[in-house]
Ligand binder design. Structure first.
Ligand code: NAD
Length: 260
């Protein structure tokens, strides 16, 4: 029932966002992709999605650390598609370091991307959704929106904040056909996590294999990384008509991590 809808998925040139974008395209949703990366690579993916699924797929390289760029991204996507029905606030970054060594510039960038961008994009997309009385806003938070791990204080802080922000906005728009939710993945083997393995190894004095098995999958009782397909299933459910009463909530897909 998503055919004819249109979506903006932030941070969709890699990892979870790219796979979520593909899951939406497969359901007939027109897309605006966003993210950083090599131009030719991104164009290849954009064209592949468009050709495979027969939907319009645009790319917008807006830097989400710049609030004016976010407003332009949303305005251009709305003009191009005629509407934005679905906003997936997915872009995010991680930096692993002890707090007393955590540099201030990285704190500012991480808060700008993981938290402030969610505010700016949500604010920009709501007037159109309210007018049409239909909207789905899905934020990629994290198991770290619910629990903590050492050496990730700024990340944990922003993901907890995204959950709180989603709940408050959900209440404001609850009578207008718009739902706002967060998905909380456990460890998913994306480029972001691959990069973290090296940093965590350094911070904890471990090998990279030990980090994967003894830090990441140790926290995850299933001992399996979460897959893209599992996250996509939740996204599609929340976007469907069946998900209309799910709002102001968070959906944990973490292999049992936060049950402990
Ligand atoms: P990733 O690094 O593979 O992808 C991040 C995306 O964000 C990329 O498309 C990148 O280009 C984009 N991006 C980065 N900086 C940007 C900027 N300034 N402006 C615009 N786009 C920017 O990471 P991922 O693992 O797929 O993570 C996606 C989301 O999922 C993040 O919010 C992350 O915190 C969250 N998450 C990931 C995991 C995991 O285990 N991988 C677990 C829980 C939550």
């Amino acid at each position: 029932d998503l055919k004819g809808r249109s979506a903006v998925v932030t941070g969709s040139t890699s990892g979870i966002g790219l796979h979520m974008a593909e899951a939406l395209a497969k359901m007939g949703v027109a897309l605006t992709l966003n993210g950083l990366g090599e131009e030719a690579e991104i164009e290849k993916e954009r064209k592949r999605l468009e050709d495979t699924y027969g939907v319009t797929v645009r790319f917008d390289g807006a830097n989400l650390m710049d609030q004016a760029e976010i407003r332009r991204l949303i305005a251009d996507a709305e003009a191009a598609h005629g509407k934005i029905d679905i906003l997936v606030n997915n872009a995010g970054m991680q930096k692993v370091a002890p707090i007393d060594e955590y540099d201030e510039a990285t704190w500012d960038r991480l808060v700008a991307l993981n938290l402030s961008a969610v505010f700016h994009a949500t604010k920009a997309v709501l007037p159109g959704m309210k007018k049409r009385r239909w909207g789905r806003i899905v934020n990629t938070a994290s198991a770290h929106g619910l629990v903590a791990s050492p050496f990730k204080a700024p990340y944990v802080a922003t993901k907890h904040a995204v959950l709180g922000f989603s709940k408050a906005v959900a209440l404001e728009v609850a009578e207008q056909g718009i739902t706002v939710n967060s998905i909380c993945p456990g460890y998913t083997l994306t480029p972001l996590v691959e990069n973290q393995v090296a940093d965590t190894a350094k911070a904890r004095g471990m090998t990279e294999e030990e980090v994967k098995s003894e830090v990441m999958l140790k926290a995850q009782p299933t001992k399996e990384f979460v897959t893209y397909e599992q996250l996509n299933g939740m996204l599609l459910y929340l976007c469907s008509d069946a998900g209309a009463s799910c709002t102001g909530s968070s959906y944990v897909i973490d292999g049992g991590w936060t049950a402990q």
